[in-house]
Design a protein around this ligand. Structure first.
Ligand code: 5GP
Length: 209
């Protein structure tokens, strides 16, 4: 069955678990997809570019977008707003693409409520809390206070694993990439309710009477 309408893959997991590295390493192996660039009020880290890693905005502008109903979902993570804009996601879905969101567990819950029939989800984590701490420290991008915030948040986030379709423990990176590629293939096969019903109508029309 041709997947004319697209589908959504949500990837979540603690900061430092390697979500971005996984997506980057898999990008040439997963075919055509649209990566949803989130909007955030968090200041850019060194090397991050506006419109590439995030759309960086101030709080007033983010709150105006909330009031205008421009977000599919948004949440406060580590004290900053993060949100997924609805319009580009709709366009990519209408173009039949796989849309990948790197969002937190709160955003996953909201998106599931709104578009659950299109969503496949995967939780990515390190093998242990100690390993997460080690990776956050060696990344060298955040100061101790921020690292502590991320660790406290990870302790809460990990409890949401049960809400996800798949779990990838990012221990052996090559294996994790292979697993992620497999998950993207499964996600592409997911069909929305509307699309399934359309297929049923079409299929009945083609059945000899
Ligand atoms: P970071 O500041 O490390 O880039 O991201 C912090 C957290 O925010 C990560 O867990 C990431 O998945 C999450 N995040 C990024 N964009 C969004 C978004 O649009 N919505 C939600 N709910 N979470 C997001």
């Amino acid at each position: 069955m041709e997947n004319r309408f697209g589908s959504i893959l949500i990837i979540s997991g603690p900061s430092g678990a390697g979500k971005s590295s996984l997506i980057n390493a898999a990008k040439d192996k997963i075919g055509d997809y649209y990566f949803s660039i989130s909007t955030t009020t968090r200041p850019p880290r060194e090397g991050e570019e506006d419109g590439v890693h995030y759309h960086f905005v101030d709080k007033e502008s983010f709150e105006a977008d909330i009031r205008a109903g421009n977000f599919l979902e948004y949440a406060q993570v580590h004290g900053n707003y993060y949100g997924t804009s609805l319009k580009p996601v709709r366009e990519a879905l209408e173009a039949g693409k796989l849309v990948i969101f790197d969002i937190d567990v709160q955003g996953h819950a909201i998106a599931r409520e709104r578009m659950g029939d299109l969503i496949t989800s995967v939780f990515v984590t390190t093998p242990s809390l100690q390993e997460l701490e080690r990776r956050l420290k060696s990344r060298g991008t955040d100061d101790e206070e921020i690292i502590n915030k991320r660790i406290q948040n990870a302790l809460v986030e990990i409890e949401y694993i049960t809400a996800y379709d798949f779990l990838i423990v990012n221990d052996d990176f090559e294996k994790a990439v292979d697993s992620f590629v497999a998950v993207t293939k499964a996600a592409r096969l997911k069909k929305g309710r509307k699309q399934a019903l359309q297929f049923v109508n079409q299929w009945r029309g083609q059945t000899p009477s």
